[in-house]
Ligand binder design. Structure first.
Ligand SMILES: [Zn+2]
Length: 516
């Protein structure tokens, strides 16, 4: 029979309890000094060691062969407590013992007197779930506590415990267990059990379990039975299904608000915590897809908790249906592109910044700018306005040719300007070359075949406006830009060669953080 890892590695003494040092010290001192309270209230999130500590404490009180303050875990009392057969240590799960008979049973047990020198310990889990009748029975006992009777009341919701009870207890608040402590403990178990698991997978488990050691051990157990070889982060993601809902919600919010800085830093954090780039895109895709489902009023088809649906609903109010649809489309095409991309992380970053620039407000501003640019262009070409920065084009009879020559000659400089303002725009623009000025006076830039992703990036209003502004600052001309894909694989021989971008360039652009 398979004994669950959680049961197998349950703390046997005070020193094995993880992450609750101040509480353990106090309880050890109580054992040492023999000053035992009649009632303890252990509160804290699930899986943080409340019932394990209660059992160790019950053992320490009754162990016939104590080793200092620690129970031996081998004597009859210790063994019986482990098996749950000790008559003097009564464990009750309040959540599932709410019937009248259960309460009568509890009352009978309380009435039963214990042998001299032996502690009667009641460990009541999820105590806030008890009925009023049961609380009254406990209260009566606490008002006139019999000798050697100890109540250990454990709860995840201490505020629901009647104040008359709580005020008679010595209270301990169990905190969430730190990621580091969870990882170290899992490593120990993995070593003992000969389970192969990488650091990233361990981090991912601990992140998902939000400070609950019990959940983390159960997850390791589940993964070890499911992976025949080393447990990898992909397996963890597979078992868990998704990144943290809160992370995706926050990331979506920063995309909606067009907060590039926040979006990139959130993404970076998730990557460092072990979520793979394609998973982030997938999770975002599902999030916006769910948003669309909620928006069209079909939320009943969603298989997610109601609180999450409510969050999605409130978030969806910030966007129009067609805007959400556009985002879903974009993410879905990136999702398939991810599989073949040589640098998923780079594609993720570009997508994140792209989506930020899509938000309604910035789009509107860009459109206004764009219109203004086009109007100005027509006027200014006619008036043959010249610039101070580029005196060479003075007295020119053909401004169109000269503007193109200037742009072509200064293309590298334009790229540099873009680089400082939009690293992602720079990456895409580096795949393009100035092609010609068309009859409408627009600058046509051409991308090689197969570079439509970069083309559409530059066509984004924000990037387009940025490029036009850079061109203006170099050439002195307000000029509208239009993108094409060149027919041939070859670059246009008439134009200058664009720089090709190497990995070291990327590292420089992204501050040394290119992670595939
Ligand atoms: Zn013992």
């Amino acid at each position: 029979m398979h004994i669950s890892l959680y049961r197998k590695y349950r703390s046997k003494n005070f020193d094995e309890i993880i992450g609750q040092a101040p509480i353990i010290t106090t309880l050890k001192n109580a054992i040492k000094s023999g000053k035992i309270s009649h009632a303890y209230l252990f509160s804290g999130p699930r899986g943080t060691g409340k019932t394990s500590t209660a059992r160790v404490f019950a053992k320490a009180l009754n162990c016939s062969n104590r080793n200092g303050v620690n129970p031996c875990d081998k004597c009859e009392q210790c063994k019986k407590i482990t098996l749950g057969t000790a008559v003097n240590v009564i464990e009750i799960d309040a959540a599932s013992n709410r019937k009248i008979e259960d309460i009568r049973d509890l009352k009978d047990k309380i009435a039963y007197k214990t042998l001299e020198g032996i502690y009667k310990v009641y460990i009541i889990d999820e105590v806030h779930m008890l009925t009023n009748e049961a609380f009254n029975a406990i209260l009566k006992t606490l008002e006139e506590p019999p000798a050697n009777t100890v109540f250990i009341l454990a709860t995840t919701e201490p505020q629901k415990v009647p104040i008359t009870i709580a005020s008679r207890c010595q209270r301990f608040d169990f905190g969430r267990i730190s990621s580091r402590e969870i990882i170290n403990h899992l490593k120990k178990i993995a070593k003992e059990e000969k389970i192969k698991i990488g650091e990233a997978a361990l981090e991912s488990i601990s992140r998902a379990c939000e400070g609950s050691l019990r959940d983390a051990i159960s997850l390791l157990d589940q993964l070890s039975s499911f992976c025949t070889d080393e447990i990898k982060i992909e397996n963890v993601i597979e078992v868990l299904g998704t990144s943290e809902p809160q992370f995706i919600f926050d990331l979506a919010q920063s995309l909606i608000q067009g907060d590039e800085k926040k979006a990139v830093s959130l993404t970076d954090k998730a990557i460092l915590e072990g979520v793979p780039s394609p998973q982030i895109i997938k999770d975002l895709l599902w999030h916006f897809r769910n948003m669309l489902v909620v928006k069209i009023g079909s939320e009943e088809i969603l298989e997610i908790p109601k609180e999450q649906i409510d969050l999605i609903k409130s978030q969806s109010k910030q966007l129009q249906s067609n805007e959400i649809k556009e985002i879903v489309k974009k993410l879905s095409s990136i999702d398939s592109e991810m599989r073949y991309h040589s640098s998923p992380r780079l594609l993720l970053d570009i997508t994140i910044v792209d989506l930020c620039s899509r938000n309604a407000k910035s789009q509107k501003i860009s459109e206004i700018k764009l219109n203004a640019t086009e109007n100005n262009f027509n006027n200014k070409i006619e008036s043959k306005e010249e610039t101070k920065e580029n005196p060479t084009i003075e007295n020119s009879t053909n401004p169109t040719t000269d503007v193109f020559t200037t742009i072509k000659a200064n293309w590298k400089e334009i790229l540099e300007k873009i680089k400082s303002k939009s690293p992602f725009g720079y990456v895409s623009l580096s795949e393009a070359e100035p092609y010609q000025i068309d009859k409408n006076g627009r600058l046509i830039i051409s991308f090689k075949k197969g570079f439509s992703f970069h083309k559409s990036r530059i066509e984004e209003p924000q990037n387009k406006t940025l490029l036009e502004e850079c061109i203006k600052s170099i050439s002195g001309k307000e000029i509208s830009v239009s993108c094409i894909i060149s027919e041939t694989q070859q670059t246009n021989p008439k134009t200058i060669q664009s720089q090709s971008i190497s990995v070291s360039d990327l590292e420089e652009i992204f501050d040394g953080n290119v992670i595939a």
